[in-house]
Design a binder for this molecule. Structure first.
Ligand SMILES: *Cc1c(COP(=O)(O)O)cnc(C)c1O
Length: 517
């Protein structure tokens, strides 16, 4: 009895102290104070962004950020609240006008996608539902599994393979190469680490993307663990040099781990002879990874598919959907032929993550067992909605449209004596330069560097640049669903105009110098 009284007393005490706390602390949350006002602003944001997308063609591709705008991003940490209307106004004024420009129909720099209206809304829906895609009994896992199944089918990969959505091509390469390393190192590398093991090596051409180098570094193989094989005239890997390098390593006690085949190099869009690479990997029992960041998507166009023969034999494929599938950042994918090898490379289940058969952890879909991240966002939603809305064939037609536009641009370049095609377009990349009547290589490089920057600053078009065959080139990579033929005509007109302007001013400069003498 005595105990009961005690309990009662202590409960009363607790209630008292809770009341006191209530008096002092008003509980709060981050939800809007007035949902109706918030709804009005939310609708305005949606309207604004739809207008923004719809009118993209009327704006410059890009514009420099004014000094006062850059300087304005040095505000002190906000301590007191500001109305969301004002914060949004700030976004409209200081952020919205100054993006990279890649949503514009005349942006063809690096390898960038444009995004779509539907995927923009999908991003909002995904953020609203805010589920954690690491795993568990939630619909997001089912959506991602569905998307991965579609990815396998659309790229001709076996149904039994596994896969995971990641942030992009870099992470997709790292993920695929991590599975390669953990599967073929020849010892339990997850337990032992690299210490004491045989030296491991990855092979790829000198045109391999920098993310492969980063992956080799992060996986502990180092840059020495990545053997760069020379390319042929068309920038594809020299297969006999590769065979030779593998044999030589084997003879000297290095363990050949993986060959990275490029399905679309970043410089010129070259596609390695994937069938030959698959044969070598099979013979030498080496992992075959394909970096198909953008090029793998050429598979979607039946006419282009033969270029990628052999890709379906890869042990892992890395590709991006924020490039040549035009979805907004970020989304890439790794597919792995052997699902068990994929799982064993990453699975790690401590007590606090034990899977069950019921309740929220009651699911066999744990993407955290197949990649680096534990908590994961719902990037699968925008892919799922986009594929359903447009159908995969629309993406195939757009890929082909871009390749045809590259051919068209090449034709326009060849029609002008003042322009020089640096390398024939193999896929969707055209590298050329303005030469006017110049012949000096140093002057030509300087001219084209200046031309590129003036072009960007004019806001008319945005190619990027590279050096091919020792020549500085304007590099036009077409992964843009908004481009039209007229856009390439406008681009060429601008290149000619700016090129003449610069060479004109060069002439004026040199005559000015002459006059001084
Ligand atoms: C862009 C690219 C990558 C890296 O992909 P991100 O999505 O930028 O991380 C890797 N390989 C190639 C060939 C690429 O073009």
């Amino acid at each position: 009895m005595k105990t009961e009284t005690n309990v009662q007393v202590s409960v009363e005490n607790d209630e008292n102290s809770m009341d006191e706390q209530h008096a002092i602390l008003k509980e709060e949350s981050l939800d809007p104070a007035d949902w109706d006002t918030f709804r009005t602003l939310g609708h305005r944001m949606v309207d604004d962004m739809i207008d923004y997308l719809r009118s993209v063609r009327d704006r410059p591709v890009w514009q420099p950020i004014p000094e006062e705008v850059s300087a304005s991003f040095r505000e002190p940490l906000p301590r007191s609240p500001e109305s969301i209307d004002r914060v949004y106004e700030d976004f409209r004024r200081r952020i919205l006008p100054y993006p990279t420009g890649n949503i514009h129909p005349r942006f063809w720099g690096w390898v960038m996608g444009n995004g779509t209206a539907t995927a923009m809304m999908a991003e909002m829906l995904a953020a609203g539902i805010n589920l954690n895609q690491g795993g568990g009994a939630q619909a997001g896992g089912l959506v991602e599994r569905q998307v991965i199944d579609w990815c396998k089918e659309m790229l001709g990969f076996p149904r039994e393979a596994s896969g995971i959505l990641v942030s992009g091509g870099s992470m997709a390469n790292l993920t695929g190469l991590a599975v390669a390393r953990n599967s073929l190192a020849g010892f339990n590398i997850r337990r032992e680490g690299l210490c004491g093991g045989q030296m491991l090596r990855i092979y790829g051409s000198t045109e391999v993307h920098s993310s492969v180098t980063k992956a080799a570094e992060l996986l502990g193989l180092g840059q020495k663990g990545l053997c760069l094989i020379p390319v042929r005239e068309d920038f594809t890997i020299d297969v006999s040099a590769l065979r030779h390098a593998i044999r030589e390593d084997q003879a000297s006690g290095v363990r050949p781990l993986c060959v990275v085949g490029c399905a679309g190099t970043v410089n010129t869009g070259a596609i390695d002879p994937l069938e030959a690479l698959a044969d070598i990997c099979q013979e030498e029992k080496v992992w075959f990874h394909v970096d198909g960041a953008f090029g793998a998507l050429a598979y979607l166009a039946p006419e282009l598919r033969p270029l990628l023969t052999g890709m379906e034999r890869a042990d892992s494929i890395a590709f991006d959907m924020h490039k040549w599938m035009y979805l907004p950042y970020e989304v890439g994918c790794t597919l792995v032929r052997d699902p068990e090898a994929h799982r064993l490379a990453f699975t790690l289940t401590p007590e606090y993550l034990e899977h069950t058969t019921r309740g929220i952890p009651g699911s066999d879909l744990w993407f955290s067992d197949y990649g680096v991240q534990l908590s994961r966002g719902f990037r699968a939603l925008k892919v799922w909605m986009s594929l359903k809305e447009h159908g995969i064939d629309a993406f195939g037609r757009l890929v082909r449209q871009n390749v045809e536009q590259a051919r068209y641009l090449e034709k326009l370049v060849n029609e002008h004596e003042e322009l020089e095609l640096i390398v024939p377009a193999s896929l969707n990349i055209v590298c050329f330069r303005y030469r006017g009547s110049l012949t000096d290589p140093v002057a030509l490089d300087a001219l084209n560097k200046e031309l590129l920057l003036r072009l960007h600053e004019s806001g008319v078009a945005a190619p990027s640049y590279t050096v091919v065959h020792g020549k500085y080139a304007l590099r036009t990579c077409i992964t843009n669903h908004r481009s039209r033929r007229e856009d390439f005509e406008l681009f060429i007109e601008a290149v000619l105009r700016v090129g003449r302007e610069i060479t004109g001013s060069l002439d004026a400069d040199s005559s000015a110098t002459d006059a001084h003498r």
